[in-house]
Design a protein around this ligand. Structure first.
Ligand code: SF4
Length: 374
């Protein structure tokens, strides 16, 4: 399947690769590509790549044999809908092919609980809890350097020393991937490409080997050179939220005006570049300088960045997307709303779950919001 992915990427619609996610995992395994799964966008993917391990995002895509409700044996019914979907997949062996899995403390309670469960379900995988500081200061920086050193040493113990360990080269590869995604996001802002395409490309970028992704997308250009006049009249929307990974939500005409995002697996996953050096200190510094996730304390940084995006993309309205039963998403709604009110930017709060069970209702509300903005 991976060889199919390589040769046929440009002949299949992108969703094909996302819908066959679990087959791709099995194929990576067959080709002896050691995969380490990860959940949060703060995972130091460059360190994994430098150890010749393939960092692979865990998505809540449905496994063909997924048994809805299987999660109930392990986790409370009020855990977030995203994690429940992942456990339903995991419990039917969807993630058997991973060699290890990375959790990160300093995220949410639900995710931290799943780390113990994962160890039980997949005893042969390395389960690693990386403690990522929730503040960004000198002490946090020192702490994280040590944390990363320990992480590297655990990987070495488990997977052997990679004589080719070259942090600078891995940073260069991932910077290139981020530049490609930034470029594609620009097409969306200019109205040359719809947002659903950017979402699909971004998710695929966290599935493929980084070199393969850059080879396939480095010359990507938007299908048509000019935005249509009807697009120019459509109110410009930005969607803000946390760990959303279902592109199908955006593949409906009600999102026609969507030109930018502030999502964990979207803009916040590729909006930064890291200095291309071998210095772990410099790597840590740039990781800590990134836009914080809803679980971090640095709320002002996040709000400031949202304000900048609103200006840059000439946004008329913001959609605050929240995941059902996600506490961090709910906690940050209050400051986000206050901030948008202070900027006099209209907003709409939409709550949903990865299975999009309330899609019809979301479409009605989105279309009413766009009408108000017109
Ligand atoms: S941050 Fe929210 S969506 Fe992500 S795992 Fe935690 S509760 Fe679920």
């Amino acid at each position: 399947m991976l060889s199919d992915i390589k040769s046929e990427m440009l002949s299949h619609p992108l969703e094909y690769y996302l819908e066959n996610y679990f087959e791709a995992l099995a194929e990576f395994d067959k080709q002896s590509i050691p995969m380490i799964g990860y959940f949060t966008n703060k995972t130091p993917v460059e360190l994994l790549d430098a150890m010749n391990l393939h960092p692979l995002r865990i998505f809540a895509f449905k496994h063909p044999k997924s048994h809805q409700g299987a999660y109930e044996r392990y986790i409370q019914t009020f855990a977030c809908s995203w994690l429940r979907g992942i456990l339903d997949n995991g419990l039917v062996d969807g993630y058997n092919d991973l060699k290890g899995i990375m959790f990160s403390t300093g995220t949410c309670d639900s995710l931290q609980n799943v780390s113990d469960i994962w160890q039980k379900v997949f005893p042969n995988q390395l389960t690693y809890n990386l403690t990522f500081p929730i503040q960004s200061n000198t002490a946090a920086s020192k702490y994280l350097v040590n944390e990363f050193k320990q992480f590297i040493s655990v990987l070495q113990d488990n997977f052997g020393w990679s004589s080719s360990f070259n942090l600078k080269e891995s940073i260069q590869k991932y910077n290139l991937k981020r530049k490609i995604l930034q470029n594609i996001a620009n097409f969306v802002s200019k109205g040359h490409l719809n947002y659903a395409s950017l979402a699909k490309i971004t998710y695929v970028s966290d599935l493929l080997l980084v070199d393969e992704f850059t080879r396939l997308f480095r010359d990507f250009s938007a299908p048509d050179g000019k935005s249509s006049s009807s697009q120019e009249e459509t109110p410009r929307l930005l969607v803000s939220g946390g760990m959303w990974d279902n592109w199908k939500l955006f593949d409906i005409p009600e999102w026609d005006g969507l030109v930018a995002d502030d999502l964990s697996f979207g803009y916040r996953n590729f909006n930064y570049l890291i200095p291309e050096t071998d210095s772990l200190e410099s790597y840590v510094k740039s990781q800590l300088a990134r836009i914080p996730e809803p679980t971090a304390y640095d709320e002002n940084h996040r709000l400031e960045s949202l304000g900048k995006q609103i200006k840059e993309h000439k946004i008329d309205g913001v959609v605050l997307l929240t995941m059902k039963f996600c506490d961090p998403d709910a906690f940050e709604l209050v400051p986000l709303r206050k901030h948008l009110e202070s900027l006099e930017i209209p907003y709409l709060n939409l709550e949903t779950s990865p299975d999009l069970s309330n899609l019809a209702q979301l479409r009605t509300r989105l279309s009413a919001f766009s009408e108000i903005l017109q």
